[in-house]
Design a protein around this ligand. Structure first.
Ligand code: ZN
Length: 140
């Protein structure tokens, strides 16, 4: 599922193969990137450089939450005949702006500060595609 490269700038890029629509838990991948960085105190920025896919933090306990997020976003941002965007994927652009392109998490003692029920998710709204996201670890 993932490929990556690593350089001295504490920057890692990951590839992810997606379905037409989906929300993928990438928390363990982000944890691995932080662990390999060797940084004890700082922040990590998880960024998605796409306009129809994003990053969010939400519940990791009940998988039905992911189902309901996708359902709710579809209800909130359905395809509309009034849309002008020629590519025909304005609904995916709207959903992406709603969830956002990045999340920032705090690292302390080499570990992410996340709530018990929180996970970090890559959100696909216009797949299937080979996507990528970037993790930047900043010491401080
Ligand atoms: Zn488009």
């Amino acid at each position: 599922m993932f490929g990556l490269w690593y350089n001295a700038d504490m920057l890692k890029e990951f590839k992810i193969e997606t379905d037409r629509e989906g929300i993928y838990n990438i928390t363990d991948t982000v944890r691995l990137a932080i662990s390999e960085s060797g940084i004890g105190e700082g922040i990590a920025v998880i960024f998605c450089a796409h306009t129809t896919a994003g990053i969010t933090i939400n519940e990791n306990a009940d998988p039905d939450v992911i189902h309901d997020l996708l359902l709710g976003l579809e209800k909130a941002f359905p395809d509309r005949k009034e849309f002008k965007h020629a590519e025909g994927n304005s609904s995916a652009h709207l959903k992406t702006s709603c969830v956002g392109a990045s999340e920032t998490v705090i690292i302390t003692k080499g570990k992410l500060i996340l709530g018990t029920w929180q996970g970090i998710y890559f959100c696909e709204f216009d797949g299937p595609r080979t996507r990528k996201f970037t993790v930047k670890v900043i010491e401080g």
